[in-house]
Ligand binder design. Structure first.
Ligand SMILES: Nc1ncnc2c1ncn2[C@@H]1O[C@H](COP(=O)(O)OP(=O)(O)O)[C@@H](O)[C@H]1O
Ligand SMILES: [Mg+2]
Length: 460
């Protein structure tokens, strides 16, 4: 149909609005001479001037289509049509999921929904995508049956902005596969895959202003299947861990959860050798890290306040989260994944070493050099926890080695350079530890024989 036939008196349109984003309106006369005359729902009228047909306001869908569970069934598919349909489904029908062809659109309800239990899983088992209400389980089921029927590997890609619900959706997809495809009980691979979540969240998630449990890395998990389509193993790849968070957090944000878990455990008297209880002796002035008065008069909120790397966001607690309890969960998950108590002990030493490294007080030396402050109490702990010779670390935090041809010489670093390289070292150690933990988890996940097919889930 031509524009002249569509934009006639009574045609229903969407008009952009600075407050409501889009506003409903109806044409009061046929579109002519570049004028669209409209009346809004509240009876207000307006004559809109358009330069050409491209600028005409988008048309509204007939009411009968509103609330459809697949956006592709709408007559008009543009931004206001998508938003309005999702809004009606979410607000009036309590439906967080909508299809757009084979794509599933999810709205984060920020509330527990009773739609993820074992009964719902069985309900979706064996049904094609169009049979039941849109659901992440339907997408997972589709991937599984496609793998069976077409005998092809599958992948599910979860994308969206921070806090949209990607990680939660990816977890539900994994839970679906783990539930429907039994594996031989000895390896308990599904249990292990689900147990990797608390670990990866402890070391790779943090509170941001948009999401209390924001993943600061991308994750791709491949589930391996046997020829009879039971899970036989898995493999995880991670991408782009946000390293800067280890040494810096914006206001109201936190460092990685694991650090606060350690501090909370220490508050309960655990892990005394990590010296997380040490009282604060220095306060920090910008990058200068100068020695300051004792801050003993200030009431301490918790051990995390002892560490420069943990308190820059001034947001040590998350509502509804008990870091000490989560620490116990993390340890249990480590054990389930073959990272025994001895290895856990080593991991915690390294993490505590990073925290103490962040408290090392550097000051200006003679000329363009820097030095460890005489009042510093942290360096010795760093050396003990990380097993590095004290004099070596003292030297190499403030100097660098330069190789020029056959000559090797030592060049002192300025205070700014030394602070920067101390933080770079902390980030590097953390990233290496993160990768090491992923490698250990993958060892535990690994299939004993060559996998037959896989389903990949990407949460990035
Ligand atoms: N399907 C859901 N049901 C209930 N709450 C959800 C759902 N999806 C997300 N949430 C809530 O939103 C928070 C952020 O979701 P998350 O998956 O971590 O976001 P993203 O990974 O996209 O940054 C979760 O911690 C959870 O509280
Ligand atoms: Mg996430």
């Amino acid at each position: 149909m031509s524009v002249r036939e569509l934009y006639v008196k009574g045609a229903r349109v969407w008009i952009p609005d600075p407050d409501q984003v889009w506003r409903c309106a109806e044409l009061t006369k046929d579109y002519k001479n570049n004028i669209v005359a409209v009346v809004y729902d509240d009876a207000q009228t307006e004559d809109l001037v358009v330069k050409n047909d491209e600028e005409l306001p988008p048309l509204r869908n007939p009411d009968i289509l509103i609330g459809e569970n697949d956006l592709t069934s709408l007559s008009y598919l543009h931004e206001p049509a998508v938003l309005y349909n999702l809004q009606v489904r979410f607000c009036n029908q309590n439906a967080i999921y909508t299809y757009c062809g084979i794509v599933l659109v999810a709205i984060n309800p920020y509330d527990e929904m009773p739609i993820y239990g074992p009964d719902t899983i069985s309900a979706y088992r064996g049904h094609s995508m169009g049979d039941l209400d849109p659901h992440i389980f339907a997408v997972a089921e589709e991937a599984f049956t496609q793998m069976e029927r077409e005998n092809k590997d599958q992948s599910i890609i979860v994308s969206g902005e921070s806090g949209a619900g990607k990680t939660v959706s990816a977890k539900y997809a994994m839970r679906y596969f783990a539930t429907i495809s039994g594996s031989d009980s000895e390896t308990q691979i599904e249990k292990k895959i689900l147990a990797s979540n608390p670990i990866m969240e402890a070391i790779g998630n943090a509170k941001t202003t948009r999401n209390d449990n924001s993943s600061r890395f991308g994750k791709y998990i491949e589930l391996d299947f046997t020829p009879s389509y039971s899970i036989m193993g898995a493999n995880m790849r991670t991408y782009l861990l946000e390293k800067s968070r280890v040494v810096f957090q914006a206001p109201d944000e936190r460092n990685y959860h694991i650090f606060y878990q350690l501090c909370s455990a220490a508050e309960q008297g655990k892990l005394p050798h990590l010296k997380l209880r040490k009282p604060m002796r220095f306060h920090y002035l910008n990058q200068g890290l100068q020695e300051g008065p004792m801050v003993a008069s200030k009431p301490r909120k918790g051990h995390q306040d002892n560490f420069h790397y943990l308190k820059q966001g001034s947001s040590p607690h998350i509502d509804g989260v008990d870091d000490a309890e989560d620490f116990i969960e993390t340890c249990k998950a480590f054990s389930l994944l073959g990272i025994n108590e001895g290895m856990q002990e080593q991991i915690f030493r390294i993490l505590a070493g990073i925290l103490h490294l962040g408290n090392v007080v550097l000051e200006e030396g003679n000329g363009d050099s820097s030095a460890i402050s005489t009042g510093d109490k942290s360096l010795k702990t760093v050396s003990e926890l990380l097993g590095i010779d004290l004099e070596d670390i003292r030297k190499w935090l403030c100097n660098r080695k330069i190789v020029s041809g056959r000559e090797v010489f030592t060049k002192p670093m300025t205070l700014t350079e030394a602070v920067f390289s101390r933080d770079a070292l902390s980030k590097h150690i953390y990233a290496k530890l993160f990768d090491w933990i992923v490698t250990q988890i993958n060892k535990c996940f690994a299939a004993k024989a060559k996998p037959y097919r896989f389903i990949g889930v990407l949460d990035i």
